[in-house]
Design a protein around this ligand. Structure first.
Ligand SMILES: CC(C)(COP(=O)(O)OP(=O)(O)OC[C@H]1O[C@@H](n2cnc3c(N)ncnc32)[C@H](O)[C@@H]1OP(=O)(O)O)[C@@H](O)C(=O)NCCC(=O)NCCS
Length: 336
């Protein structure tokens, strides 16, 4: 009969997926609180006390989001022991790629020689890396890609108003990347995620590109309602992390690490308290010397904890990202 056909063939993926490797890139220039205070009425003491940040890194003027992503990814790919051509997808989480189109991911894939990879950017701000892990897990298990490169990268120094005392001290630049591939054992737990667009204005660009074109407004820097974000993160995010633990069937006491988005040290401390996280679980505190690098913060913190020997490869880590949207995502993973 015309139109009749055999059932469609569908892709068959791996039973499970895992993070095979992690690589980070930290720009060379260390920016102290004193330097930030040259442009805002604040102090090193206030910034340390309110955010836990001692210093952050800023990329060089000519250093782009793509350059930093390529550097971090090169390390992750080498460590995974795969060839770039084996990568089936490049997912790049960022809010600071300065071109509306094309994506940073396509350029990164090209520069890495990932010639068989589909590539796209993820716009989920500080939750972007966890959104990428969730998507990569499903791509590998669904059979769309064997290996997926997930990158979190930001050059926030380009989009932060250095004269805005409510946000200038928070943000930093950097990149972190992981390779996710097939696994015989479960190694990425279910993702608990969500969004709350009623708080769209909590962290946002000051104006749209149309306003810039038609109304001659200034460069649309990022702006943040600090207290609003702080309260939301402290009260709403601990239950999300707890749901991710429960979904993975992991007891908090058995965690090898807690690696939350590095938003503010006080948010991290408040979450630990609310979750009653046992004191023996190592907690990522990379924010002190890295600042808040949005999508890059979790993989950068993961790399640092592994390199310092604070956590061990093969242990479980609870990840949670949250930020502009507002959006959030959390999952338990086995560390590479
Ligand atoms: C930004 C943040 C550190 C501000 O800390 P805070 O304790 O909420 O500070 P507040 O805005 O309540 O301001 C407290 C006081 O400090 C002052 N202040 C604000 N910024 C200051 C600065 N940079 N230096 C010195 N004083 C400052 C305020 O004027 C206020 O003074 P007042 O009490 O005399 O009115 C905090 O709100 C925060 O971290 N929010 C979340 C940010 C975040 O995580 N963003 C990324 C999301 S992914």
């Amino acid at each position: 009969m015309p139109g009749a056909s055999a059932p469609l063939k569908t892709a068959e993926g791996a039973a499970y997926a895992r993070i095979l490797s992690v690589g980070g890139y930290r720009p060379a220039r260390v920016v102290t609180n004193e330097e930030i205070c040259e442009r805002i009425d604040s102090s090193d003491e206030w910034i340390r006390e309110r955010s836990g940040i001692v210093s952050r890194r800023f990329a060089a003027p000519e250093e782009s989001v793509v350059d930093m992503a390529v550097a971090a990814s090169g390390k992750a790919i080498a460590q995974a022991g795969i060839a770039p051509e084996q990568i089936g997808a490049v997912l790049l989480a960022t809010v600071t790629h300065p071109l509306q189109t094309p994506s940073a991911a396509a350029d990164v894939a090209y520069r890495l020689g990932a010639t068989s990879a589909g590539a796209f950017d993820i716009s989920a701000a500080c939750a972007g890396f966890c959104y990428g892990v969730a998507t990569a897990n499903d791509l590998v298990r669904g059979g769309t890609a064997e290996y997926v490169l997930v990158i979190g990268v930001e050059k926030l120094s380009d989009f932060t108003d250095s004269y805005d005392r409510s946000s200038a001290f928070i943000f930093g630049d950097g990149a972190g990347a992981v390779v996710i591939g097939p696994s015989e054992e479960p190694a990425i737990g279910p993702t608990i995620w969500g969004s709350d667009g009623s708080q769209y204005d909590a962290i946002t660009q000051r104006a749209s590109w149309i306003d810039v074109r038609d109304h001659n407004v200034d460069f649309p820097h990022l702006t943040m309602k600090g207290q609003k974000v702080f309260r939301w993160a402290v009260w709403q995010m601990a239950p999300v992390a707890e749901r991710a633990l429960e979904a993975a069937g992991v007891d908090a006491a058995d965690l090898g690490a807690f690696i939350p988005h590095q938003a503010n040290m006080r948010i991290i401390d408040a979450m630990i308290k609310t979750m009653k996280l046992p004191a023996h679980v190592p907690v990522a505190r990379d924010i002190a010397e890295t600042g808040n690098t949005s999508a890059a913060s979790i993989p950068l913190a993961m790399e640092r904890m592994l390199e310092s020997g604070e956590v061990r490869s093969g242990g479980t880590a609870l990840l949670i990202g949250f930020g502009a949207g507002l959006v959030y995502a959390s999952q338990v993973v086995v560390l590479p």
